[in-house]
Write a protein that binds this ligand. Structure first.
Ligand code: M6R
Length: 608
């Protein structure tokens, strides 16, 4: 994962490099570093931990070079120490890398035999030594990179800076994203357009296998075979404002509270409100009646959104759905039917496994739709149709508002499918649309329970384990609740379909285990209450999330009963997600965890 940036500037570039790295920190924050050309020499500045540690180090003696590269790291090979921080440099070249060099061991052994002296445990350092070996043999920087690239296996985006070459950057990509930014007498490389947004809005995306030789005046892009290629330059219109927390303590809190607004905005994009009709913003290149099966792939929270959507597509459109975690889908060689539909869901649009799943589906002749939040992302660019979630930038590592907007888009799509397949009459459509229109208001009402959740967080924050249970669409929501809690508070938590309780997880229950029961008052409510009885009989501490009717009917002692507004059950997950997000947030606060940048994680997972 990792974010990379490179700049050939008209003045000192350190400030620009750091500003771009700040915008890339969502890709990793284990260490950060930069290399600049000071006079003719490469100067490295690196620091373990968050970018602010590097900034601290730069404060007293900022480098003055006009050419530089920078990196923010999510550790793959080697601990997150300063010596493993990028850039990695030899005498004549410095490199930053996003991805994994799979054959680094054999390359390292070969280079060490030839006398190279390695100073880190990373896979990346082999790239610097490999290019250096060609430079030492009299190759030009361009020839040295060209000779090195075919020897690298794996996925990578790389940016190179060369000693004595104040007007040269070389960048390349294979598997990991890299973009060129064009400025006024300046040129940039960055992992994405967002990193470069304060510098330029004119972007050229490299394609897999491309490598580019940049000077302040000219950019030449070569394909893998060494021939010059033309790549389109666009203006993706990414906001240059660095998103801030406004009056919130954390981005996650801000993003949770933005949900009524962004849900409404997303919905407005997909509905004809006055006509109470679904109105997709684009014409899909297929008819849902010709689709026999949908294949959904995604990772993490986006995957749970897909699980919930499976209920909607199957119930509303009578359309079978298969859902996979993207990291497994790509390896199980799923037999797919040409002409069917694959949906990939991703906030970042850069998740490596989801991208690979998309490519596999395309290779099998499926129509592809991506539900993405970043419209300039690789997944958006490579899909046949894009359905954007209009959540705005999501900065907190824990996905909250993107999840709600993914659900919103998928719900609308399921209604559209049901209609096109003749499974929903106009009257059903308008009822469902009216239910969807209510959701932002219900989310706002659900947010009012925050003080109660804050108290609950104090009660559960010392727990060793927490279980989440639900039935129907609340079953995948239970998985999402557990993921949210574990990733930011580090409390072990598991989600299960409530009916599975007696097939194993019930063994975990004792007086110390809080069990969060997600139980809207729907046709499954009674069955969920039976599961609550089973928990109560074993002394488990029940946290019941339901509505007024449910609270009245479940006559059990609970640690806390959280009463949400009453609603028709179809789209309940979008409202019942709110207390789960708030609980995770407040439990993390009580435990003093780093809410927005939890340990070991990154916002965008661009390695397999
Ligand atoms: O950017 P994506 O939606 O593809 O990311 C998928 C997961 O990495 C992401 O949802 C992750 O699970 C979040 N940290 C969950 O809060």
């Amino acid at each position: 994962m990792c974010g990379i940036v490179g700049i050939l500037g008209r003045g000192p570039v350190v400030g620009q490099l750091v500003a771009s790295l700040k915008r890339l920190e969502y890709r990793g924050y284990d260490s950060a570093g930069l290399a600049t050309l000071e006079g003719l020499h490469i100067k490295l500045r690196r620091a373990e931990g968050k970018l602010r540690n590097l900034e601290e180090r730069l404060r007293y003696c900022p480098p003055e070079g006009h050419a530089g590269i920078g990196h923010t790291r999510w550790a793959t090979h080697g601990k997150p120490t300063e010596s493993n921080a990028h850039p990695h440099a030899t005498e004549n070249v410095a490199v930053v890398h996003n991805g994994i060099i799979e054959n680094f061991r054999e390359l390292r052994a070969e280079l060490e035999r030839d006398g190279a002296n390695f100073r880190s445990e990373t896979d990346t350092e082999v790239v610097a030594h490999l290019v250096e070996s060609y430079l030492k043999n009299g190759y030009s920087p361009q020839d040295a990179v060209q000779a090195s690239l075919p020897r690298l296996r794996g996925a990578f985006a790389l940016a190179f800076l060369f000693k004595g070459h104040d007007d040269l950057l070389i960048g390349t990509r294979k598997g990991s994203p890299l973009a060129i930014g064009h400025g006024n007498g300046e040129v940039y490389l960055g992992s994405d357009a967002i990193a470069l947004a304060p510098l330029t809005d004119t972007i050229t995306y490299l394609e897999d296998g491309d490598w580019a030789v940049l000077t302040r005046a000219i950019c030449v892009i070569y394909g893998a075979d060494g021939s010059v290629v033309q790549r389109e330059t666009s203006k993706p219109g990414v906001s240059s404002l660095l998103v801030d927390k406004e009056n919130y303590r954390h981005f996650m809190a801000k993003e949770i509270h933005e949900q009524p607004t962004v849900a409404c905005k997303t919905l407005a994009h997909y509905l004809d409100r006055s006509g109470e009709r679904v109105a997709l913003p684009l014409t899909l290149p297929f008819n849902f009646s010709s689709i026999q099966r949908i294949s959904i792939t995604a990772c993490g929270t986006a995957n749970y959104a897909g699980h919930i959507a499976k209920y909607w597509f199957e119930r509303l459109a009578r359309l079978p759905v298969e859902i996979d975690v993207a990291s497994e889908f790509r390896y199980r060689e799923a037999p797919l039917r040409r002409g069917d539909l694959a949906i990939v869901i991703s906030q970042s649009g850069e998740t490596a496994d989801t991208l690979a799943a998309l490519r596999y589906a395309k290779s099998q002749g499926l129509h592809t739709i991506s539900v993405v939040n970043v419209s300039t992302s690789t997944i958006a660019r490579e899909s046949e149709s894009v359905l954007p979630t209009l959540a705005g930038p999501e900065i907190g590592v824990a996905s909250t508002k993107a999840f709600i907007c993914q659900l919103m888009v998928l719900a609308v799509l399921a209604v559209a499918a049901g209609k096109e397949r003749g499974k929903l009459l106009e009257i059903h459509e308008s009822n469902l649309v009216r239910e969807l229109i209510e959701v932002p208001r219900l989310i706002a009402a659900a947010l009012l329970i925050e003080p109660q959740i804050e108290k609950l967080a104090g009660d559960i924050a010392d727990s060793r384990d927490v279980l989440y249970l639900g039935r129907g669409t609340s079953a995948p929501l239970a998985l999402e609740g557990a993921l949210k809690l574990k990733e930011i508070s580090y409390i072990h938590s598991e989600g299960y379909a409530a009916g599975e309780l007696k097939h194993g997880p019930i063994a975990l229950i004792d007086e110390a285990v809080p069990v969060v029961m997600i139980a809207p008052y729907d046709e499954l409510f009674e069955k969920t209450v039976s599961n609550m009885q089973e928990v109560a009989a074993r002394g488990g501490k029940i946290v019941l999330i339901t509505d007024a009717k449910g609270a009245l009917e479940a006559t059990l002692d609970t640690l806390m009963t959280i009463v949400l507004p009453e609603m028709v059950a179809n789209f309940a997950p979008m409202v019942y997600a709110i207390p789960l997000q708030l609980l995770a947030y407040h439990a993390a606060l009580v435990r003093g965890a780093d809410v927005d940048q939890p340990r070991n994680l990154a916002k965008s997972v661009t390695v397999e």
